[in-house]
Design a binder for this molecule. Structure first.
Ligand SMILES: CC(C)(COP(=O)(O)OP(=O)(O)OC[C@H]1O[C@@H](n2cnc3c(N)ncnc32)[C@H](O)[C@@H]1OP(=O)(O)O)[C@@H](O)C(=O)NCCC(=O)NCCS
Length: 377
């Protein structure tokens, strides 16, 4: 009888050149670059190009790729109509994104079957869908994309209707770069499974959105921030956090299944948040409050759970950074999707290049020997 690996934990099922996650060393490498170096310095366009081509673009490549993405930002009228209906029905943003993503190859004409062009279109339009849906849900009209802005700056522009400061655009760009790929997580695996059957890119991406939507994957950056706001004042943090731990509750934004030392993405986003604050992006002083809460939480986790190596996770700083960018809690997972979609596309292309259908086994543990009784008469 084959051994069962519940959750496939520890089982390698693909070779990849896209990213390497080392939880013991607290290391994330994206296409050869440590995330700490790549994410705060590269543009999102550069990172996508890197993932899709295994090299950074030269100036001419970058210009062409930027133009290609910018030209694909408008969503088809039918997609917009669907978003209007979803907004009227008050659907969750991830559900709207899933439905809208499935319509993206409407009218693709010449690029049908061209995974490179289709991938660029999907990445370009994810940001438009998220921003348009958010505005529609609040009773506002979507803001048309601007081709002269970079991807991240344009996403903020479409959300708010205002051209963002360079510091805000840089902060979102750093976020998108940080979350663009992370080994064979559940949504990426889903995309690869779908691709492995010979199915199309859009189907793989829709499946990945569905996997990401689940709370065990999409995470819960919202509650980490809610906790910080509920505490409200660093002076109250210890009493609040102690009571929470003693009730057996978990502190949101701390601990990680894979990273048993500090999550490198938390560091990158922490530094990005600090830079945004220094550029005047935190008028309410949320950063100071969150840092204070973090410090006390880490002390208490060490006191109550010694040796468990519980560190601040990516959700904590995601929540803080996106909040400072005025991105509401409801958009945290969709914004994550707007970054990760470039990684999904990269994995689909990689899977297609060296494909073998992903077809694991199951072990039957049900009844045997049941007999179908034929009624007589
Ligand atoms: C992410 C998470 C599920 C990882 O879980 P895990 O690797 O299975 O960790 P374990 O369940 O083995 O935890 C080890 C110990 O630390 C405790 N612990 C783990 N995370 C904790 C947290 N955030 N707050 C308080 N205690 C925590 C567990 O209760 C356990 O204690 P015990 O040994 O006395 O039973 C867990 O850390 C968690 O629930 N974190 C909070 C939610 C969160 O931020 N989620 C987003 C993750 S990206």
């Amino acid at each position: 009888m084959p051994t069962i690996h519940h959750g496939l934990e520890g089982i390698a099922v693909a070779e990849t050149v896209l990213s390497s996650v080392d939880g013991e060393r607290g290391e994330l490498i994206i296409a050869g670059y440590p995330v700490e170096e790549l994410a705060p310095n590269a543009s999102f366009e550069q990172v996508i190009y890197l993932l899709w081509n295994d090299r950074l673009p030269d100036d001419a490549d970058l210009e062409a790729f930027r133009g290609e993405l910018a030209a694909q930002r408008e969503i088809p009228p039918a997609t917009l109509d669907l978003l209007r209906s979803a907004a009227a029905a008050r659907m969750e943003t991830m559900d709207a994104l899933r439905m809208a993503a499935g319509t993206l190859d409407l009218g693709i004409g010449a690029i049908a079957g061209d995974d490179d062009a289709l991938g660029a279109m999907i990445v370009a339009r994810f940001a438009t869908i998220v921003a348009a849906y958010w505005r529609l849900k609040r009773g506002e009209e979507p803001v048309s994309p601007r081709a002269d802005l970079d991807h991240a700056a344009n996403m903020l522009y479409m959300l708010t209707g205002r051209e963002p400061s360079a510091a805000s655009a840089r902060a979102l760009e750093t976020y998108l770069n940080t979350v663009v790929d992370h080994g064979l997580n559940a949504s990426t695996f889903t995309a690869r499974v779908i691709t492995s059957t010979g199915s199309d890119l859009t189907s793989a991406i829709v499946g990945a959105v569905g996997a990401l939507k689940g709370p065990l994957h999409g995470g819960a950056p919202g509650p980490a921030l809610d906790m910080v706001f509920e505490i409200g004042d660093v002076a109250r943090a210890e009493e609040y956090l102690r009571a929470k731990i003693e009730r057996g509750e978990r502190l949101m934004g701390f601990g990680h299944r894979v990273y048993k030392v500090r999550d490198p993405r938390a560091d990158v986003l922490g530094a990005a948040t600090e830079r945004l604050r220094s550029a005047g992006g935190d008028p309410e002083g949320v950063y100071e409050l969150a840092r204070g809460v973090e410090r006390i939480a880490l002390e208490l986790l060490e006191e109550y759970k010694p040796g468990r190596r519980l560190q601040t996770n990516v959700e904590f700083y995601t929540a803080l950074l996106l909040h400072l960018l005025e991105i509401p809690t409801e958009l945290f997972t969709p914004t994550f999707a707007a970054g990760r979609v470039a990684g999904w596309v990269a994995h689909c292309r990689e899977q297609r290049r060296r494909n073998r259908i992903i077809r694991p086994q199951s072990v039957y543990v049900g009844e045997r020997g049941r007999r179908w009784e034929v009624e007589v008469g």
